[in-house]
Design a binder for this molecule. Sequence first.
Ligand code: AMP
Ligand code: MN
Ligand code: MN
Ligand code: MN
Length: 266
Amino acid sequence: MADLHMHSYFSDGVFSPPELVIKALACGIDVMALTDHDTLAGVKECCDAAEMVGIKNIPGIEISTHEEVEAHILGYNINLNSKSFTDFVEELEKRRRVRSEKLINKLREHKIIIPEGYFDGKIKRELSRMHISFAITDLGYEPDNETAFKKWLKEGSATYVGMESSHPREAIEKITEAGGVAVLAHPMRLKLDHFDRIKFIKKLKDWGLSGIEAVYKNSSPSTIKQFKQIADTQGLFVTCGGDFHFDKNVMMPRLLPKGAKIALNL
Ligand code: AMP
Ligand code: MN
Ligand code: MN
Ligand code: MN
């Protein structure tokens, strides 16, 4: 059983990689992938912890990109010794820092003031909008982080700042060059209508995309079916991911399709 999408405290999850491994083991997962946002910081520790308990962690990452709309690209089976990929990830971390600064400034213009140094000691690496949504809530500007997201952080809101500096084509090409396979995360969240989504996925496929995450978190059976069909038509494989961050989410043990096994070299 597999769950190929989860986050640790190296991005915006709350658990350490070994804690995630224990949770994965407890729900019957034998192939997992830690896919932190724009960082590989937890991967080695996760692979080692997984190996110790007899399961496999596929080296992974989730890269935030923007092309018309926000698109998250998952990279699997990346060669961790690829200097050009680790350089690229360092660049992604820098871009994320610039983006966070822009977002915090924009919020300030709207009278949402996150004090300088607020996140010191609270996060391990780079900020994600998840951390910012908690800050907005903890500082008393909104009642909960879902409201904070809806009003201030999600795509389309007045103060939205995406990762415009990263392009999906670049992410897909870098992943592929480092021996990995690229998969579009949560395709049902693309802010496009049905036909434009299909066109968008086709474009990513032309750039080297191998799969789409048709089975995602709490997607309905009809959504899953719809994206499985799109994958079939375009010759992409499907993956499953729970996008686990903390205990409000659940991991999603599912059987890996045959094509995915080959592509991921399991
Ligand atoms: P970022 O990678 O900084 O753009 O932040 C994206 C992260 O914010 C996602 O990975 C989720 O963890 C979180 N997120 C996205 N949409 C929502 C939402 N509607 N409500 C709460 N959290 C969200
Ligand atoms: Mn996240
Ligand atoms: Mn995502
Ligand atoms: Mn994610």
